[in-house]
Write a protein that binds this ligand. Sequence first.
Ligand code: XMP
Length: 512
Amino acid sequence: TILIVDFGSQVTQLIARRVREAGVYSEIVPFQLAEEGFERLKPKAVILSGSPASTIEENSPRAPQAIFDSGLPVLGICYGQQTMCAQLGGKIEGGLHREFGRAFVEVQKASPLFDGIWAEGTRHQVWMSHGDRVTALPEGFEIIGASPGAPFAAIADEQRRFYGVQFHPEVMHTPDGAKLLSNFVHKISSLPGDWTMAAFREQAVAEIRAKVGDGKVICGLSGGVDSSVAAILIHEAIGDQLTCIFVDHGLLRMGEASQVVGMFRDHYNIPLVHVEAQDLFIGALEGESDPEVKRKTIGRLFIETFEAEAEKLGGADFLAQGTLYPDVIESVSFTGGPSVTIKSHHNVGGLPERMNMKLVEPLRELFKDEVRELGRELGLPEQFVGRHPFPGPGLAIRCPGGVTREKLDILRQADAIYLDEIRKAGLYDAIWQAFAVLLPVQTVGVMGDGRTYEFVCALRAVTSVDGMTADFYPFDMDFLGNAATRIINEVRGINRVVYDVTSKPPGTIEWE
Ligand code: XMP
């Protein structure tokens, strides 16, 4: 185990992720509990995180002295480096030379930290974010890397295996950062890289059991990968103390509701309430064409429906959610810019307080690709694990204007054909999200000898890394022509197909 002492940096989880990638188990402990965590975990090495605090301020957080006295390797990152220096007899000064963003470190001396990556005398890009900096080293330390704004950008006491870096090796903008952390873990701390998702699963199961005890848990299941993986993991931990509530709002894709019920109730034997609320939702949407009103109506009905079902079950002590780490980060302070608010997701937000439930969020530390890996580990079929994102308000926001059952039926068929073609062409995994949109526009066409007057279907496919920005997918014309022909021939109600070539920004991925 590696103990990560968290001083409140927004990117501490990224340190844990890099350590996991290096195949070593780590645990993050807030600095207030570091002493107790150090004793409990008996780690083989310690990493001290960054922080919004300044070591110069009175009462700023410190690492337990026991860590430095233990003889274990220690890596201090940013604030972690500064507090290590301050605690071991060095000096820190406040920011005349603040450095934010990209910087270059010149290697002054070879070190196991740089082994196989950075040779003496070479320069490398790193990501800095600091106001204070180290100005005098504690005894035993030497400079191994320097940048213009941080003469002590990387320091080491090779004897005691204490290392400090002013830059952030855990972020992507430090291209060699993952390898530096891997060196600390493998070469300096001599830990084997044999930790896997199977170990995470075991650990998570134990934690869920400890937290829940014999309490009751309910989970809102959408069929998406996050809530699916959370539900299976929790069920593995506590069995039938978990009940899933699947609110079927009638806005799902073709066959989706029966897939969800089949997978969770029949395959995994998880107690599942399938709430057939199609009439309620579609009835409330009929005649409403304002996109925001549609979204809010769906959100409100969802919460009301969920709450009513939970009450029928006699309530619960815990609400399970498939919250991921990116949903947790609210600001990315290391850029030094204003905090970025991550889009609030359509989920059962607000419910825990209203119903007096505590939260169980076993995926809080994971990133999307790690959740997928965990899903595979839990035996969830690829069809669920690799699924494109699907918005909470479902097909309602892919039916601009008023939503009716008929329109939803037409859209579902077109969407299924389009996705079928994408899968057959082997393109599903190369695309972030693909779907059909049914436009509230009718156009004239000719089929056989007759005139037609039917709806237009727009096709959308984008590539993206995180959904925040996106590019349209450059299908070849044969593919599009073929998909269009199939949709027009097979779906009654559509006589024209167009392709959306808008990127995000300025467009959004969804049409509403
Ligand atoms: P936009 O349309 O804003 O979408 O470019 C970005 C990503 O978010 C998804 N999306 C939602 N997901 N609840 C969700 O859980 C929602 O209300 C919602 N609206 C959009 C969208 O599908 C895309 O992946």
